[in-house]
Design a protein around this ligand. Structure first.
Ligand SMILES: [Zn+2]
Ligand SMILES: [Zn+2]
Length: 287
């Protein structure tokens, strides 16, 4: 049996929404990043992020977040209007955990800067991460702020009851964030988009652009000679592409990790004039 991204055994079972597993998701991502690092042009970066994901897994396990006792809206229960308050504790624990892992001087300085930052400054940065409005000065610290936000949103999403209503605007049904990429399962090409923030996955019909939802305007771009799992589904209508990762090509793939290991494809597609749909919070980019 093929191992699937979140442990779902039957790829033929179409579900509108799949909630993430919480701490085990970060552990899987850490292991996958460590596997992908050797031989990758960005290997040192992937290795560093593998360690960050290990800390995320540990902090998610420690916090044991629960929706019980919270006044969450029925649609988009985790919303992006302001960072969930638990993120402050998640960041403090994450920064403490990061002190023990090796990292290059620029990353270490970003960790120290976040430790020195006041509560208002941290909160403002988290808001810019959630809105995708980062400045170039934010970039080094934004990866770690984004990692802390992922801990809280993924930890809570994992504990939500199933059956949330579908969103119509291309964002995550749980939190509203854009996807990191899509995952394609099995021969029947069942597809899910994977949330960049809470790691929930929502079903996306085949051959529809993930952004404008139009049919028959999408084409597929790959790196020449590449046998890896990534393809860019590019829409001629809205000039946006969504990265898709094929489990058939890499049974052990993890969307957040494999996205970071296939950035050469993003460079190629950008040269063709397409803008990316979605983002990876561990690779902060300026707006
Ligand atoms: Zn989400
Ligand atoms: Zn489109």
């Amino acid at each position: 049996m093929t191992e699937l991204p979140t442990g779902i055994a039957d790829p033929g079972e179409v579900r509108p929404l799949r909630l993430p597993p919480g701490a085990p998701l970060f552990q899987r991502r850490a292991e996958r990043l460590a596997d992908l690092a050797p031989g990758n042009a960005a290997g040192d970066f992937l290795q560093l992020l593998a360690r960050v994901c290990e800390v995320q897994a540990r902090v998610t396990g420690e916090l044991r977040l629960s929706p019980n006792g919270r006044d969450l809206p029925a649609t988009r229960p985790l919303g992006l209007a302001s960072p969930l308050p638990d993120w402050r504790e998640a960041l403090a624990r994450l920064l403490a955990g990061l002190a023990a892992i090796p990292m290059p001087p620029a990353a270490r300085e970003a960790v120290h800067a976040l430790q020195r930052a006041g509560a208002d400054e941290r909160e403002a940065l988290a808001g810019r991460v959630l809105r995708g409005e980062l400045t170039t000065e934010d970039l080094a610290a934004a990866t770690f702020a984004g990692a802390a936000l992922q801990v809280v949103y993924t930890g809570l999403a994992a504990a939500l009851p199933p059956g949330l209503p579908r969103a119509e605007d291309g964002g995550c049904p749980v939190c509203g964030a854009p996807p990191v990429a899509g995952v394609v399962l099995g021969d029947d090409k069942l597809r899910y988009l994977c949330c960049s923030l809470c790691a929930a996955e929502w079903n996306l019909p085949r051959l529809h652009c993930a952004v404008c939802r139009k049919q028959d305007h999408v084409g597929y771009l790959t790196l020449e000679g590449d046998t890896g799992p990534a393809k860019a589904e590019a829409c001629r209508e809205c000039r946006v592409y969504t990265k898709l990762l094929y489990v058939e090509k890499a049974p052990r793939l993890e969307v957040g990790a494999d996205d970071l290991a296939t950035l050469a494809l993003d460079l190629l597609v950008a040269e063709e004039g397409y803008r990316r749909n979605g983002r990876n919070l561990l690779l902060a980019t300026a707006a």
